[in-house]
Design a protein around this ligand. Structure first.
Ligand code: ZN
Length: 241
């Protein structure tokens, strides 16, 4: 399965994002849930509305990413879980906590060993190691010990660790967030750096979720450019899976 993260096109509304996903050849998306203060907060949480978008565009919601505010106040996981269940999503994605996120660490410790026997399954995503940010509580060398992982390639590349070696050592990667880090920006298009990415994802039996940032597009306001970048990346990922 190859999906598009709705976060890749966050300047747009969800209706347009589902439409673009469909027109550029994606059969599924990862839905980024929005925080209460974000534009389109309500739309991302409205199961009825999302189902309409799914039906109109023939696009599934394969995974759901918890909102950023969840890390400050992780008290509504049940609501997220039920939404994912209603949308028939396979995965729920949440970040590995950083050392200063006490409430989030408490939630993480309680849930991390839970066995999700049926879908949706909770995947923990690696975050980047960055100056002036607290470290993630699970070092990169140890993430293989978690039950299920969404491995973000750009976050790892940016962290100054041996991404290829870590991926090879992990048997628990269920999905990749695929994008490139060019030394300055992460979540950059894959196609100009195909060789680096191929070495990381070859022979991996996992889903790929294309997760770009607006800077990955030469011009996010130009529909033709957005479509072209998405199609190129999708074609590349299809060749690898
Ligand atoms: Zn990611």
């Amino acid at each position: 399965m190859i999906t598009l993260s709705t976060a890749s096109l966050y300047p747009y509304g969800l209706n347009r994002i589902f439409n673009i996903a469909s027109k550029t050849g994606f059969s599924a998306v990862e839905l980024m849930l929005r925080s209460k203060t974000d534009n389109a907060y309500f739309d991302s949480w409205d199961a009825g509305y999302i189902k309409e978008l799914m039906a109109q565009n023939n696009v599934a919601v394969d995974s759901i990413h918890v909102p950023f505010e969840f890390e400050d106040n992780p008290n509504n996981f049940d609501e997220i879980y039920n939404l994912a269940k209603e949308l028939k999503s396979k995965f729920i994605i949440a970040h590995i906590p950083r050392e200063n996120q006490n409430d989030y660490i408490r939630w993480f410790e309680k849930i991390k060993d839970k066995n999700f026997e049926t879908e949706p399954v909770l995947l923990f995503e690696n975050v980047h190691i960055k100056e002036r940010k607290e470290k993630p509580i699970i070092p990169y060398e140890n993430i293989g010990q978690l039950n299920n992982i969404c491995f973000d390639i750009a976050h790892s590349m940016r962290s100054g660790v041996d991404t290829e070696k870590i991926v090879r050592g992990c048997k628990n990667i269920r999905q990749f967030h695929v994008s490139f880090w060019d030394g300055k920006e992460d979540h950059i298009s894959l196609v100009t750096h195909e060789q680096d990415i191929i070495q990381i994802i070859q022979n991996q039996n996992a889903d790929f979720c294309l997760e770009l940032c607006p800077k990955a597009f030469e011009n996010i306001t130009d529909w033709n450019n957005v479509a072209e970048v998405l199609k190129e990346n999708l074609t590349f990922l299809k060749e690898q899976s």
